[in-house]
Write a protein that binds this ligand. Sequence first.
Ligand SMILES: *Cc1c(COP(=O)(O)O)cnc(C)c1O
Ligand SMILES: [Zn+2]
Length: 446
Amino acid sequence: MHVFSPHVPPAQAHFVTGAICVLCGNSLPAEHLRYSHVCPNHPRIPDEGILDIQYDYQAAAPFFPGVERDCQSLETDTWRGLWRYRALFPLAWNAPVPSLTVGLTPLYDAAKLAKAFELHQVLVKDDSRQPTASFKDRASCLAVALAVESKAPVVATASTGNAAAALAGMAAAMNVPCAIFVPESAPAAKIAQLLAFGARVFLVQGNYDQAFGLCMEACRRYGWYNRNTGYNPNMAEGKKSAAFEIAEQMNWDVPDAVFVGVGDGCIMAGLHKGFADLVRMGRTRRIPRLYGVQAEGSDFLWQAQEEKRFTPEALLAKAPIVAHTVADSIAAGLPRDRVKAMRAVRESRGCFLRVSDQAILAAIPELAQGCGVFAEPAGAASLAGLKVALEKKLIAPKERICLVATGSGLKDAIAVSHAPQRFVPIFVPPDSAAFAIIESVHTEAK
Ligand SMILES: *Cc1c(COP(=O)(O)O)cnc(C)c1O
Ligand SMILES: [Zn+2]
């Protein structure tokens, strides 16, 4: 990978030109983003007018990594990890950012998986290695930097899991007070991680939607910075950095297809934005087909695809479902970024795929043994999705595919014990009689 040294543009500068509403196409000036995250044209559904941030790509290009740049090493805090791409982030050039190293996670060539599936190449983007152990750090680091830039007194989000942990960790790193709204059903281990980071955790005696509502209202009342997924348009901007990294790690090429687990759809939206940005910047020539993998019990977007609800209107008219899956990070009854996520798979000519909980659980040890990456259920869902795509003949043998491992298996280590493959330890006596058993392993290995 190239390490580059940017010619720093004037202090304060960023290359945001404005934003476009994903519902009505309304174009808003950059100033609008300073006091609102949404389009004002939708008073009946005020939080659904989600924006897509626009840049002056021509002006940003010289400050963005690329083949033609001189490759010098640059090790300052500001430029570590994904901040090398900050020319295409909605953040002032000299704004402080969290000290934790986010992004530039490994892209592994999983030759064993490629062989097993008779594919040209299988790459694994390992985001289990982020500071708080999930992909969500890509968005939360930007959220906290933007909160500090806007002098917000508190950063807040509603979430049950990784988004909250990421926000709490980044807030701790920048010494910003953090408020988290979680439904009381949230797993104890995830709440413990939030508390360890020093976040104020409000256990809402209700569901995720109600926690989301309370967080929205608290942010309105007190001027807190709102990180809520599918509302704050900057979150997809942070997440697009994964697409930049994949392309740069492939020496400015892209895979033929990318697979990722989908809950709210914000990662999918971010990947699409990132690959589209690269084409606009002339760094790459095409957008890979994007495959969104949903769990059977949390398949809102897959259902919407079957019902041909492709337009924003049709998606907004679809009622929430009741979501239930072992892959808690992709459980979403009403995917908050459904409009952008649907657009991402349609425009890239991929699709949504649906996998059972059993297939997701089976994929955890398959991925772990296939390339050494231990993912949580939502992270291994990408591999389960690849298998469905192969059955449906959506992938040709000559293609190069990329699986995004979005979260660490250590987040939910017990899940793998429910996998259909049986993993049992070998019991041995504590003395030399054990070697009658140990020897057999040695013989098998030879
Ligand atoms: C959040 C999350 C996802 C899904 O992202 P969405 O933007 O909600 O679709 C997948 N895997 C992990 C580990 C996550 O934390
Ligand atoms: Zn609008």
